[in-house]
Design a protein around this ligand. Structure first.
Ligand SMILES: Cc1ncc(COP(=O)(O)O)c(C=O)c1O
Length: 330
């Protein structure tokens, strides 16, 4: 079973060893350069085809989430729940209860329908993940259009898992033409680099002061920055990640096909690097959690009255074991 692509793949291990001295050269000072000349910003800008003035690089998407939630300009913050804890926990640090609108939604369809019942203003802020943190389900373009139509404020679309979807370019192009859309991206999932803390935000909104909250040395480390610049410049290495992602998508789809008709489970077609099983009730939740005990990459949740188990995709053997164990539950 794969523990880490960076450890398990010989070419990647060799690449890190070869470049280690360059990344970690003993000079730990920060070069207080003009922020727009940051080599990582330039590299990301080339890769995604967005002017660097509209990209903000930070220490993981996690650096952006609380910062964005805490901006004074928002009237109310809307969330589709269950959602990633940095949103649900973060928002309660910055907003009074009355200014938080949580919309419990199991499917994207469910959310879009419910959102239409709420009035909003241009100073409201909606955060959604797509693919969703909860289920891996991705909002369709039609659903995003409907959201844009019925919600009047600014929409943050967190695309942490987008590389595992069928449209890995995501909605960057929409953010390039619509200042109500912000896109958040992470290096943690696509490049399996969660420990290096690298992410970025794309928006054409006027956010000048915002860049000053991301000033080095209080954001991304020199090591991570050098590592990611070298990575983005190396097509051969990038290719390894494309192949790994394709392999994982197959292993995820295998799980979906094998278990989609199981009684007591609801499975959404995930476009992320995990798959979620929503379990009918507490009794089966315990049974399935017990059946999967001891396997790596299993997370069980009971949030907002929903029982669900997230399975982080690995190799084919792992998917097969999960299927065997889950099918054994009576
Ligand atoms: C939806 C979502 N956004 C953001 C993050 C955090 O990403 P990063 O590692 O770039 O901070 C996660 C991590 O699990 C996530 O699920």
């Amino acid at each position: 079973m794969a523990s880490s692509v960076w450890n398990d793949n010989k070419i990647l291990r060799k690449w890190v060893l070869k470049n280690q001295k360059k990344f970690f050269d003993g000079n730990f000072n920060f070069d207080m350069m003009d922020q727009l000349s940051d080599p990582l910003l330039e590299e990301i800008s080339k890769k995604i085809g967005v002017d660097k003035n509209y990209i903000y690089v930070g220490a993981g998407s996690s650096q952006f989430i609380p910062t964005l939630l805490s901006l004074k300009c928002w009237n109310r913050v809307f969330l589709a729940t269950p959602e990633f804890g940095l949103y649900t926990r973060g928002v309660s640090c910055y907003k009074d209860k009355k200014d938080i609108v949580e919309i419990p939604s199991l499917s994207c369809h469910d959310f879009v329908e419910k959102l239409a019942n709420y009035k909003s203003s241009k100073n409201d802020f909606l955060c959604i993940s797509s693919p969703r943190w909860f289920s891996g389900e991705k909002f369709s373009m039609e659903q995003i259009d409907t959201i844009l139509h019925c919600f009047s404020g600014v929409i943050l679309i967190d695309e942490a898992y987008i590389s595992f979807s069928n449209e890995p370019d995501g909605l960057i192009n929409l953010a390039k033409e619509n200042e109500r859309i912000m896109i958040l991206r992470s290096f943690s999932k696509k490049y399996f680099l969660s420990g290096l803390r690298v992410g970025y935000l794309v928006t054409i909104r006027d956010m000048k002061d915002f860049r000053n909250t991301l000033l080095p040395p209080h954001s991304i480390s020199t090591y991570s920055s050098r590592f990611c610049v070298a990575l983005l410049q190396d097509e051969k290495i990038l290719n390894i990640f494309s192949n790994t992602i394709e392999y994982m998508k197959n292993n995820r789809n295998y799980l979906y096909e094998a278990l989609k008709d199981e009684k007591n489970l609801t499975i959404y077609a995930s476009e992320a690097n995990f798959i979620t099983f929503v379990v009918a009730n507490e009794f089966y939740y315990k049974k399935y959690s017990d059946a999967l005990r001891g396997l790596p990459g299993i997370q069980s949740f009971h949030l907002q009255d929903v029982y669900f188990i997230k399975i982080w995709i690995a190799d084919l053997r792992f998917s097969q074991i999960v299927v065997e164990r889950m099918k054994g539950v009576q």
